[in-house]
Design a protein around this ligand. Structure first.
Ligand SMILES: [Cu+2]
Length: 163
């Protein structure tokens, strides 16, 4: 009898624990789908009208980012990036910490056709121009990356230091 009671208590405990685990999973899945990329450890999306700097960027099939201005970005700067895909294949322009870009890269390997509407990343078709405005909130290392499979590995990333 005592043994039986114990098992029931154990069962209740396990059930409650799994329910909590599921709830936590749901919560993180929800975050990922809706706004996990919107804020970041290195800053957040901003409105183009608030920008104090404009930087033109070309995305090249040679797996490079070509920035047309000096990347002299300071803490608090709001930068309007005007990005053009000069290549013949799709490219991505993504801003994040190195850790965030690594996570993004892993996600892209699982879902290569992921299209982004999430604040820190834009996907551009050949010859397309799009904008992304970002507020850099910390003195930190920031990584610009294209996480389309094989592009990052081929060198399509660039790190800068926010002063
Ligand atoms: Cu690319």
């Amino acid at each position: 009898m005592l043994h039986h009671k114990k098992s029931i208590a154990m069962l209740i405990f396990v059930t409650a624990f799994s329910a909590q685990a599921i709830a936590m999973d749901d919560h993180s899945a929800h975050n990922h789908a809706t706004h996990s990329h919107a804020s970041s450890t290195i800053g957040n999306p901003a409105n183009a009208s608030q920008a104090n700097k404009i930087i033109n960027v070309d995305l090249l099939d040679s797996m490079q980012f070509e920035f047309h201005s000096k990347m002299n970005i300071k803490e608090g700067d709001i930068v309007r990036f005007i990005v053009t895909n000069q290549g013949e294949i799709d490219h991505e322009f993504s801003i994040g910490s190195e850790k965030e870009q690594k996570a993004h890269l892993e996600a892209m390997k699982k879902m290569p056709n992921m299209v982004h509407h999430d604040g820190n990343t834009i996907t551009l078709k050949p010859k397309e121009t799009k904008e992304l405005t970002w507020k850099f909130t910390k003195r930190n290392t920031v990584m610009f990356a294209c996480n389309i499979p094989e592009h990052f590995e081929a060198g399509m990333h660039r790190e800068i230091t926010i002063k």
